[in-house]
Design a protein around this ligand. Structure first.
Ligand code: PBG
Length: 332
């Protein structure tokens, strides 16, 4: 449908922009706390909230503090919280066995949240990087990130998270065949209500830098992730990946990073019409915070604008480190 515009002055397009009331009336998209997934970092210990230097305003929390944060998020109307563990370097091994330890940091945090804030959905990250001595999302054999052995490990990790009470499994590893393998394993284990939100179109991005500091993976990572994460030059490939993951049984899909990839979000939503999420990643957050701290931009307005733009681009929701701040603001 082509929009029709009468000739000037019959059409003065500024008429519908003249006041807040009229602008509200014609607004095409809205941002509410319902749109938010809050990624949080978990660490060992008790009573700890430790700042992440490269992400001003973000902290690593011990499990007890994670539970408190979940209670706060639930009260703010944030529907989901997503866990990322900062694993003690002594627990990182070549076989990544800590990843499916039922009592690892992530699984303890899941249980603590379920006890403290039962109404909030708990999402997890499935990839080996927090547990891998190499910092990679998959097993490294002779310099190669091997696919199929990694998928077997990811399935064990998934089941341990589902057993701990995770509601949404978030595979961020970009291995081939993992969604089908996870879905089958979940069904077989009786976890038919556990959802999968696939990081289906995840790019090999420099915007993940601060995150790797936050989870302590920057030091460990040898090389880059270009043999499994996508080339930022590609767009059609993202649609193939989304279609593939949908066919394997993912419930929802994600595009990552967010802001530089809004064209991908729009294509995905238009093509498939499925629940579509974007991840406003650590580097995007850090850029906004750094500029705001220098008074180069208005941090609050930039935060709100950036999140509204995800909605305009077709996203149903956004993973954002701004979640509690923006929810509090939107709630007035
Ligand atoms: C790891 C993972 C990464 C992020 C989420 N899960 C980093 C990576 O792929 O290296 C990035 C999130 C962010 O930058 O905020 N599998």
């Amino acid at each position: 449908m082509k929009p029709t515009v009468a000739p000037f002055p019959a059409a003065r397009l500024r008429r519908t922009r003249q006041s807040p009331a009229v602008r509200g009336l014609v607004r095409e998209n809205t941002l509410t706390p319902d749109d938010l997934i809050w990624p949080v970092f978990v660490r060992d210990g008790e009573g700890i909230e430790e700042p992440v230097v490269s992400m001003p305003g973000v902290v690593r929390r011990s499990v007890d503090k994670i539970a408190e944060a979940a209670v706060e998020a639930q009260a703010l109307g944030i529907p989901a919280i997503c866990l990322f563990p900062y694993t003690d370097p002594s627990l990182k091994t070549e076989d990544c066995a800590e990843a499916w330890n039922p009592d690892n940091l992530c699984n303890r945090a899941i249980r603590a949240i379920k006890r403290a804030a039962p109404d909030i959905a708990v999402m997890t990250d499935v990839a080996l990087d927090p547990y891998n001595i190499n910092g990679h999302d998959g097993y490294v054999v002779d310099g190669e990130i091997v696919n199929d052995a990694t998928v077997d490990a990811l399935v064990k990790m998934t089941l341990a998270q589902a057993d701990a009470g995770a509601d949404i499994i978030g595979p961020s590893d970009m291995m081939d065949g993992r969604i089908g393998a996870m879905r089958t394993a979940l069904e077989t284990a009786g976890h038919h209500n556990v959802m999968i939100l696939s990081y289906a179109a995840k790019y090999a991005s420099a915007f993940y830098g601060p995150f790797r500091d936050a989870v302590g993976a920057s030091g460990a990572l040898k090389g880059d992730k270009k043999t499994y994460q996508m080339d930022p030059a590609n767009s059609d490939e993202a649609l193939r990946l989304i279609e593939r993951d949908l066919n394997e049984g993912t419930d929802m899909v994600m595009v990552k990073p967010g802001m530089p990839y809004l064209d991908i979000c729009r294509r995905v939503k238009d093509t498939f019409g499925v629940p579509t999420f974007a991840y406003q990643v650590s580097g995007e957050y850090a850029m906004i915070q750094a500029a705001a701290q220098n008074d180069w931009i208005d941090g609050e307005k930039t935060m709100l604008e950036s999140l509204m733009c995800f909605k305009r681009a077709g996203c149903d929701g956004v993973l954002t480190y701004f979640a509690p701040r923006v929810a509090a603001l939107l709630n007035g």
